[in-house]
Design a binder for this molecule. Structure first.
Ligand code: SAJ
Length: 421
């Protein structure tokens, strides 16, 4: 049934969700306090890089199914999808969720639905959202239906996953869960599982924490394999031949606004119990320093000012997002030790040290570091680089390049997780 919807927060999750509801027959008001986002949306444009999103937004704005607004409006359903970043002391910053929830209270009417999508610590709906919504004077569960429906989409394939991934809906009561399910069922083809709000809240965080802990295991393995003189990538490849083993990939650290953030929400609420989870976060956060130490060791005999060229600064391959990127932390360490730095990243428009092409960036460089496995870096012309660099040395932190090809072109090739020969 066609509904009028108000989506608060038009970021990586809110905007694609607004577009999805709009192109599935609803009238959607996209609300954000960021003028740049609102101005772009009014023109049918998007400011985040996500395949196919621009076409969908353009079409829905032109059709009038999706309109931008700086303020909420009366609607049948409200979805809150604002960021829940981490404070400096690793606690969930719920200020944007608070502001967004308070902003819709004056517009709430009997029979409305309110859904929180933002990744939040357990107890947020029950103890944080509900007290604010009660200011509407509406009876929760009878006149106002409330729940939690976390997203599980992978940046870079959001629109596909919004439709096809299974979803969890936590309702403040069964009726709320059912009403929210009816709403999402207009576009979700995956299974929709109903539960309570606390279970839904912890599931979202646990999914990312599972991944963060497993990546930490791979990163610790990388350090161990360097120490015992073997190659972690070969070890993991062989171990994963076991039918019930799935070790993840080591890397220069874990970034993004999900894996680097969500586990801390569990630690915050369970500081004495969440010990492996906390240690995994600290292990992943130790990787930029580990990579920096490798760089210093590789360049220990280099005379004079050292220049390091970094390939990629986003938190993962083929997207433009640098939030919580471990490579930014690596660059800060290089800056602190007065290294000259050049950066190449085809997915990022502006960044200090950014140089458009690899050959120019690598000129007089002592070391080339593959930090993010962007697909463009497969095309690098190492013959040309060999003429430009002061020292022909490559450090690969993602097992992305072909060692044999690079060494045949006269380079020394180092690999994270493999003892230096
Ligand atoms: N990474 C590794 N080794 C690996 C996999 C990833 O070092 O084996 C690193 C990546 O380089 C990146 C970070 O971890 O820095 C996160 O990568 P990711 O592939 O997990 O990507 P996210 O954070 O964009 O997406 C995750 C997904 N969660 C899960 O797969 C359980 C996605 O489904 C979630 O919706 C998203 O977080 C989110 O928004 O919560």
């Amino acid at each position: 049934m066609k509904q009028k919807m108000c989506i608060i927060g038009l970021g990586y999750i809110g905007l694609p969700t607004a577009a999805m509801f709009a192109c599935n027959g609803h009238k959607v008001i996209g609300v954000d306090t960021n003028n740049k986002i609102i101005d772009a949306l009014e023109k049918g444009e998007v400011i985040i890089k996500e395949p196919y999103l621009k076409n969908m937004i353009e079409q829905e704005v032109v059709s009038g199914n999706l309109t931008a607004s700086k303020e909420p409006q009366e609607a049948d359903a409200f979805i809150i999808a604002v960021p829940t970043p981490l404070t400096k002391d690793k606690k969930a910053d719920m200020s944007l969720v608070k502001k967004a929830t308070e902003s819709i209270v004056p517009y709430l009417r009997k029979g409305n639905i309110v859904v929180l999508e933002s990744t939040s610590p357990t107890g947020t709906v029950k103890n944080f959202i509900i007290p604010i919504l009660k200011k509407s004077g509406l009876k929760i569960g009878e006149e106002l239906y409330v729940g939690y429906c976390p997203e599980r989409v992978l940046p870079g394939q959001i629109l596909f996953e919004l439709v096809n991934n299974n979803r969890i809906i936590g309702g403040i009561d069964r009726k709320s869960a059912e009403k929210i399910k009816d709403l999402y069922q207009t576009f979700v083809k995956g299974e929709i599982y109903l539960t309570d709000t606390t279970t839904a809240e912890i599931c979202k965080i646990v999914e990312n924490t599972y991944r963060d802990v497993n990546i930490a295991f791979a990163n610790e393995l990388a350090k161990i394999c360097e120490n015992i003189g073997t190659d972690v990538w070969r070890v993991i490849k062989l171990c994963n031949k076991h039918p019930r083993v799935n070790i993840h990939q080591p890397g220069p650290g874990v970034g993004g606004h999900c894996l680097a953030v969500d586990p801390w929400f569990i630690v915050e609420k369970n500081p004495e119990l969440a010990r492996i989870i906390k240690l995994a976060r600290e292990t992943n956060d130790s990787m930029p320093q580990f990579i920096f130490n490798k760089i210093e060791n590789i360049l220990k005999n280099t005379k004079g000012a050292k220049k390091v060229t970094i390939l990629g600064i986003t938190y993962k391959a083929n997207i433009d997002d640098t939030r919580e990127s471990p490579i930014i932390n690596l660059i800060k360490l290089l800056e602190k030790h007065n290294h000259k730095i050049s950066v190449v990243d085809p997915c990022v428009k502006e960044f200090r040290y950014k140089v458009e092409n690899v050959a120019e960036a690598a000129k007089d460089s002592n070391l080339l570091v593959l930090a993010v496995n962007h697909k463009d870096f497969k095309e690098i012309d190492f013959d040309n680089l060999a003429k430009k660099m002061r020292n022909k040395i490559v450090l690969d932190t993602r097992n992305y390049f072909d060692k044999n090809i690079i060494e045949r072109k006269g380079f020394k090739y180092y690999l994270l997780g493999k003892a230096n020969e």
